[in-house]
Ligand binder design. Structure first.
Ligand SMILES: Cc1cc2nc3c(=O)[nH]c(=O)nc-3n(C[C@H](O)[C@H](O)[C@H](O)COP(=O)(O)OP(=O)(O)OC[C@H]3O[C@@H](n4cnc5c(N)ncnc54)[C@H](O)[C@@H]3O)c2cc1C
Length: 388
């Protein structure tokens, strides 16, 4: 029970308990705070950005070497969460290290970026020629003048299980969840106590973490965050392979193509089929409430073309699809910062389609910011970088 005996008062309210918010709730509750998480939907739902069975995780980060120290901590935190989650041997692992093979033109963003991060941070990666890749994974068709880098530490996270594990830990440390409740506004009369206005009434908090994903600008309208939301379809395919023995030990794969587009594949899991997505492209979402999960034929056609050009198979069949949201910033890097007016409000947004693997390290950092901790690893992610 909080010191303030008002039952609607909490030390910390977390707005949005998807990927990042569920992690933040866990670390806030572990710190001894009374914590309330509020979400418009329930845990691990399909309306935001954190659903669809898997999320790829990798360390030799082509996007920027600055992410690597954060990822090194993130891996440790995922392993720690996994140990608590996996109380029985038959429980599925949160993180599976099946390796990741990234393929692209040698001068492209992916190959040069992976090698740069690996060199800067002494990470273990292995380079393969086109011929070596096709000998080892004969199901792949690699274009001429492309090569690959394999990172054994890469793999995938089971996204819904991860959120459930964070929330279970948060509840274990006393946090409360309020599902199906939308925050319409946050405000403060005296700049100290924060008011949280919701569809289920008013709450107050000493501190607030905003982790509202694609809805960040609805919760923080005064900040005018530079975000664009894209609808991105996830696809699951069953493939009749030329060589069926390749099914099981397949790594995650990421393909940068000569035309600048990029696609990725995660191995077949739970007999649903292989997951295939385009990382580039997507359709801009202008009305978050009008978001549709109907099959987008245009996005599927691009996947079919990619599959036909990159995989050897006799037949492929789409068995499942699910629409998801990328929340893009202009430079595709995240925003993790403090509210410029309310110092007791911190937020994380704009994960640009690559944020889930960072959920624990960002969740922990948000709580650290509330405690006044400095951490220069996050300096390149401030909102100020978009100032003119
Ligand atoms: C198709 C796809 C593939 C991806 N692949 C990868 C990958 O392989 N690896 C990787 O690392 N990342 C990947 N990502 C990105 C990653 O999944 C996201 O960056 C991450 O999940 C974002 O988490 P979040 O907490 O910011 O958003 P969300 O998980 O969407 O959480 C936001 C939450 O806030 C709630 N909310 C919003 N507004 C309000 C309000 N007003 N009141 C109350 N609650 C509110 C929402 O209901 C939601 O639950 C992918 C994303 C997509 C869409």
């Amino acid at each position: 029970m909080p010191e303030n005996q008002n039952q609607n008062h909490f030390d910390c309210i977390v707005i949005g308990f998807g990927g990042v918010g569920s992690a933040a709730m866990r670390y806030a509750a572990m710190s001894g705070r009374s914590v309330l998480g509020i979400d418009s939907h329930g845990p691990a739902h399909t309306h935001g950005s954190s659903h669809g069975q898997t999320r790829v995780i990798r360390k030799a980060y082509f996007e920027h070497p600055n992410y690597v120290p954060m990822l090194q901590e993130s891996y440790d935190l995922w392993d720690e969460l996994n140990r608590r989650h996996r109380t029985r041997p038959e429980t599925k692992e949160l993180l599976t290290r099946c390796g990741i093979l990234q393929i692209g033109p040698p001068e492209g963003q992916v190959i040069t970026g992976v090698l740069k991060s690996a060199e800067t941070h002494s990470l273990s990666v292995e380079r393969f020629t086109r011929e070596q890749i096709m000998r080892r994974l004969p199901i792949l068709k690699v274009p001429e003048n492309h090569e690959g880098v394999f990172e054994p530490d890469g793999g995938f996270l089971r996204v819904e299980l991860c959120i459930a594990a964070f929330l279970k830990q948060a509840i274990h440390h006393g946090a409360e969840l309020l599902s199906n409740t939308t925050v319409s506004q946050i405000s403060s009369d005296d700049n100290a106590l924060m008011n949280v206005h919701t569809s289920a009434g008013e709450f107050t908090a000493d501190q607030i973490i905003v982790s509202a994903g694609a809805w960040a600008n609805q919760v923080l309208p005064d900040l005018e965050l530079p975000l664009t939301v894209l609808a991105k379809q996830q696809h699951w395919y069953q493939i009749d392979r030329v060589d069926n023995k390749l099914v099981n030990e397949f790594p995650c794969t990421f393909f940068e193509r000569a035309d600048g587009s990029s696609f990725y594949v995660t191995p077949e899991l739970d007999t649903i089929g292989m997951k295939v997505c385009e990382h580039s492209g997507g359709d801009e979402v202008h009305d978050l409430e009008q978001f549709s999960n109907e099959l987008n034929d245009g996005q599927k056609e691009r996947i079919d073309q990619f599959l036909a050009e990159s995989f050897l198979f006799t037949k492929s069949r789409l068995v499942h699809h699910s629409m998801c949201k990328y929340t893009m910033t202009p430079d595709s890097h995240f925003i993790v910062d403090r509210h410029p007016v309310y110092q007791q409000v911190v937020f994380a947004a704009g994960f640009s389609g690559h944020g889930f693997k960072f959920a624990p390290v960002i969740g922990k950092r948000l709580v650290g910011m509330l405690d006044g901790e400095q951490d220069d690893r996050f300096d390149f992610l401030t909102l100020r970088r978009f100032d003119d």
